[in-house]
Design a protein around this ligand. Structure first.
Ligand code: AMP
Ligand code: GLY
Length: 421
């Protein structure tokens, strides 16, 4: 099989790494890939970016690609999957209409309401004054969300009315023409990434991300600073609740609307104090860094699972096999991230970390004249496995020790909350 992975982050490195383990996969092209995918066996980086729909389609046709796996949301929202399907290429990822589940918070909210999926109560506004009036009526805390892709910066959890009003003003002035204002939910967050072929839906192991930059979940939001899987918070009975009240009704509602959704349905969930689950958001793709912790635990060959979704035969696929272990991924970031940070710093210690047992997933790196340099805010994801969560956490922090680049920053408390509860 010849496979294409679209994207350039840690998630895509983890996808490609998992795919090339299988003897069935003879070639993997990463578009455009990064410094990590450049060194994977059977793998080649191709300088095509995710938004180059025509270029990607032509490449896949020219190489007779058997399966395309789309990492990020942007190409999906631009219709890459529709375009590839139109020319007969198999693609894992929803079309443009289905991708709205992530790209439009108001669309997703309406879909959840129609499907009876538990979520925060919310209203959509197309003008600033009515959104402000609603905040005054509801009071704080309250949550304001931009209705569009905002690279993780479109959500403000406002503790005061003034903060919410300011967020609304800012979002409209930034050019968003819709905002969703919703009820503030309390509880613990868990990510359930599910695979669907549009008919059947199956969850992967539940994971917990750490979105804030600072230890103890403080400071600004980031793309994700670390993650562990499986998350003990998501007990078998909670997963059953998620399957019945969230995943199945959502897929049924997508189908009822005539949307052929084959890919990841990623539910960001809040588990309330009484164990009730509500959806905070949906994404139309694998999570980053969730993928870097979940996939290393998967025993079933990944391409078999993805093909079963694409060929709409997920119902007859045997249950997914998982290692009975825990995985932890700690993200090493450039100092200053998620604000301004330096690029082009030399990274050392990767081979030494590997020798200690680390799975090193590159996020923002590039290979220049044989030298590995930082090229993004989140630079590396360091994953380690252990027989239980406590051991996996200790392992992840042990195996990252050899890595060095100037102003490297990472959280030292990944997974600690799960140990203390
Ligand atoms: P989202 O991009 O919708 O996942 O929102 C980003 C983060 O904002 C989530 O991971 C939560 O921590 C927080 N958040 C979003 N919606 C709510 C809500 N209704 N209540 C409390 N926190 C929320
Ligand atoms: N880790 C959060 C996300 O992928 O959206």
């Amino acid at each position: 099989m010849k496979i294409v992975v679209v994207g350039s982050g840690g998630r895509e490195h983890a996808l490609a790494h998992q795919l090339v383990q299988s003897p069935q996969v003879e070639r993997c092209y990463c578009l455009p890939g990064n410094g990590g995918t450049a060194t994977l066996p059977k793998t080649e980086n191709i300088a095509l970016s995710g938004d180059d729909i025509t270029g990607i389609t032509q490449f896949c046709q020219g190489q007779a690609i058997d399966l395309v796996v789309v990492g990020p949301e942007l190409p999906l929202t631009l219709g890459l999957a529709d375009q590839l399907r139109q020319v007969g290429i198999k693609v894992f990822g929803p079309g443009q209409v289905g991708a709205q589940i992530e790209a439009s918070k108001s669309w997703a909210k309406a879909l959840m309401m129609a499907a009876g999926v538990p979520t925060a109560f919310g209203e959509t506004f197309t003008n600033e004054a009515s959104a402000q009036a609603y905040v005054t009526q509801q009071g704080a805390p309250i949550v304001v969300k931009a209705d569009g892709l905002a690279a993780g910066k479109g959500v403000v959890v406002a503790m005061t009315e003034a903060e919410a009003q300011q967020a609304i003003t800012e979002l409209f002035s930034q050019g968003f023409n819709k905002v969703v204002v919703e009820e503030f939910l309390v509880g613990q967050e868990v990510s359930v990434l599910a695979l669907t072929d549009g008919l059947t839906v199956r969850p992967l192991l539940p994971a917990q991300d750490h979105k804030r930059i600072g230890e103890g979940d403080t400071g600004p939001n980031t793309g994700g600073m670390g993650v562990y899987a499986p998350a003990p918070l998501a007990t078998p009975s909670l997963m059953e609740q998620v399957q019945k009240t969230v995943l199945e009704p959502t897929v049924a509602e997508l189908r009822r609307r005539g949307i052929d959704y084959r890919g990841v349905l990623y539910a960001g969930l809040m588990v309330g104090p009484e164990g009730q689950v509500k959806v905070l958001e949906y994404n139309c793709r694998f999570g980053d860094p969730e993928t870097q912790a979940i996939l290393p635990l998967l025993v079933t060959p990944l391409e078999e699972v993805l093909l079963a979704c694409v060929e709409q035969r997920l119902a007859s696929l045997p249950p997914l096999q998982w290692q009975s272990a825990s995985a932890v991924c700690v993200v090493l970031a450039a100092g200053g991230y998620p604000g301004a940070y330096a690029k082009g710093q030399v990274i050392t210690g990767i081979e030494e970390a590997r020798a200690l047992g680390a799975l090193v997933f590159h996020a923002g790196t590039e290979l220049q004249a044989e030298q590995l340099l930082t090229a993004g805010g989140r630079v590396l994801g360091m994953t380690a496995l252990g027989p239980d969560l406590k051991t996996a956490i200790a392992e992840a922090y042990r195996v990252l020790q050899p890595i060095y680049f100037e102003d490297m920053y990472y959280r030292r408390d990944i997974g600690h909350r799960a140990l203390s509860t």
